[in-house]
Ligand binder design. Sequence first.
Ligand code: NDP
Length: 287
Amino acid sequence: MSAVIIDGKATSKKLRGEVYEKVAKLGAMGIKAGLAVVIVGDDPASRTYVNNKKKACAECGIYSEEYALSAETTEAELLALIDKLNAKEDINGILVQLPLPKHISEDKVINAIRPDKDVDAFHPQNVGKIMTGDFDFLPCTPAGVMALLEEYGIDVSGKRAAVIGRSNIVGKPQSMLLLHKNATVTICHSRTKDLAKILRESDIIVAAVGKAGFVTGDMVSEGAVVMDVGINRNAEGKLCGDVDYAAVSEKASFITPVPGGVGPMTITMLMKNTLKATCIQNNINLD
Ligand code: NDP
């Protein structure tokens, strides 16, 4: 079998178009959607992500403000900025690019963001809502994976799903979203025994490990759906995922490439969350 390649770029473009239309509807009502993006320090990867987020805002008609702070910024200074943005009327969503420099507590910063402006869905209040299934915002990467499954008509209900990785940003919420869609979910991590056996028994695999070529062809059963969240560099310095793409795409029924799979969807989901935050804050339902 040769897998259908899930096109994250095309799906992203379509969904961003839908966000643009809804943002325009808000505009006609005199309401502007606004996102503040905060970056601390000069990590090149973070800079690229922030630039891409600003570009996506422009594409969706969302007003954006960037706050680029030096690596020496104190925790108190950053918390003061968050307070200011929490109160700022033209800002509906606040995104603090992670990781932060070591001397700043990420937890303290995340906890300081107003939950209804927390478009990354990392605040404990939003995390709790994801657990119960009564959520406003979904974390962007897992939501992007779910949107791709939906776009390609892949029914999750009753399927065995394995998520490799248990981070708060990807693995844990991903598992919960699959569970909400009635999958039977196994969460795998570095202490998991017989990982290959679990993967071979899975209909859907989401890889969020951060290791190039981690999922090999022999770990995947014929016809499995393979979603690759990983962003790594291979030995030649080329961008690649966690999955041995050449081998696994021969066995899978659907597969996401890296780049061009889950990656573009993450930022698109951020745009959707900013639109949702604007609607919530203005008591408007555009769904
Ligand atoms: P973390 O490093 O926080 O988590 C990695 C997870 O992989 C951990 O739970 C770890 O287990 C698990 N793991 C490590 N080694 C093994 C192993 N040998 N067997 C099984 N599990 C293992 O990473 P993130 O969740 O933040 O990110 C994962 C990947 O996704 C990265 O490549 C990252 O760059 C990418 N990413 C991509 C995004 C996108 O937009 N496409 C967005 C966010 C992340 P343990 O908990 O036991 O240590």
